[in-house]
Design a protein around this ligand. Structure first.
Ligand SMILES: [Mn+2]
Length: 335
């Protein structure tokens, strides 16, 4: 604190595509230090802020986050790295700048395993790898310097903790104690929890329901295991529709979408599908279809897609053929 008293401009730096733990911890740190220091304090996100963090910030503070980039970083005398463990996480430009101009003018507030190279640049390390979120360390700083958290600050730290602990899936006594204190400070748990939920639009929900209504179901036996395959069609939101069919119980969901001659296939599989068949949707299914019908197809084992110009009927035929070859069985509709 003594060292910070002489600072004119302090920059709190968030990591690349800043998540809620980085952005909201930095914001609360800014506000609590602001009550003890007279310097200007800025939030810097030289490599951007995630949309989730931005949305949460807006819901808690009722305004857009004020974050600055590299130009403002240059103008600071001291930097605090928040939830940042390596300078690589800040992008080239910021990394080079910090290494050349901020030696000994950095402090770190973080819960990742400390990196020698970053620590060599800093005059103060508040690093606690056993803590489940940087927000926990910021909470501790508030207690040390004797600052009372406002309701908004308590909610911001709570959102950060829920994010990093995956809704308290990762838990220890420290998390529970901090959560208890945040509730006592007036944080609304239900409200914070709701911030993680994405509103699904009416058209997306209609697409999901239509996909269920129009689906063709196939039951396939493979090495004594039964697999359920669903094929359906929508005009939009095919990825969301395919995910919905997996949630309904399909092992493999293939949803065809797109307008007119532009045909898109979206495929999703359960981990069980990959286990039983050894078939990767990206490599074995979509790329194969792509070889026959042209177009760009690919993806991962459990999620893949294909874009092609043609007719839905033709693409559907090829799709069935490739699947039958891969699964070494004929697909007959289950009624
Ligand atoms: Mn974190």
């Amino acid at each position: 604190m003594r060292k910070l008293k002489e600072v004119q401009r302090l920059g709190l730096v968030c990591h690349h595509n800043a998540d809620p733990d980085s952005l909201l911890s930095a914001e609360v740190l800014k506000r609590i230090l602001g009550r003890k220091l007279s310097c200007e304090i800025l939030i810097l996100a030289p490599a951007g802020v995630s949309s989730l963090a931005r949305r949460m910030y807006e819901a808690i503070y009722g305004e857009e986050p004020l974050v600055e980039g590299i130009e403002e970083l240059m103008m600071c005398d001291v930097l605090g790295l928040v939830d940042v463990s390596t300078l690589e996480q800040l992008g080239h430009e910021a990394k080079d700048l910090i290494e050349s101009k901020f030696r000994g003018k950095i402090f770190i507030v973080d819960h990742h395993e400390p990196h020698e190279r970053t620590m060599r640049l800093s005059f103060l390390n508040l690093i606690e790898p056993t803590s489940k979120a940087t927000a926990i360390i910021v909470h501790r700083i508030a207690m040390w310097i004797g600052v009372e958290l406002s309701k908004e600050e308590a909610e911001a730290l709570m959102a950060a903790i829920l994010h990093d602990t995956r809704h308290l899936n990762i838990l220890d006594i420290e998390v529970l104690e901090v959560m208890k204190h945040l509730l006592e400070r007036g944080a609304d748990y239900n409200k914070v929890n709701r911030l993680f939920r994405r509103e699904v639009s009416i058209s997306e929900r209609i697409a999901r329901l239509k996909a269920a209504q129009r689906l063709k179901l196939y039951r396939v036996s493979k090495d004594g295991e039964d697999l359920l395959i669903c094929i359906s069609q929508v005009s939009a939101f095919e990825a969301s529709a395919a995910r919905a069919l997996i949630e309904l119980g399909a092992d493999l969901a293939l949803v065809i979408g797109g307008k007119g001659e532009d045909v898109r296939i979206c495929a999703r599989a359960s981990p069980r599908f990959l286990e039983v068949t050894g078939t990767s949707l990206g490599k074995d299914v979509m790329m194969e279809i792509g070889k026959i019908v042209g177009g760009g197809g690919g993806g991962h084992d459990l999620a893949a897609g294909l874009n092609v110009r043609g007719s839905r009927e033709e693409v559907l035929k090829v799709l069935m053929k490739v699947l039958e070859d891969k699964l070494k069985t004929r697909l007959k509709e289950y009624v």
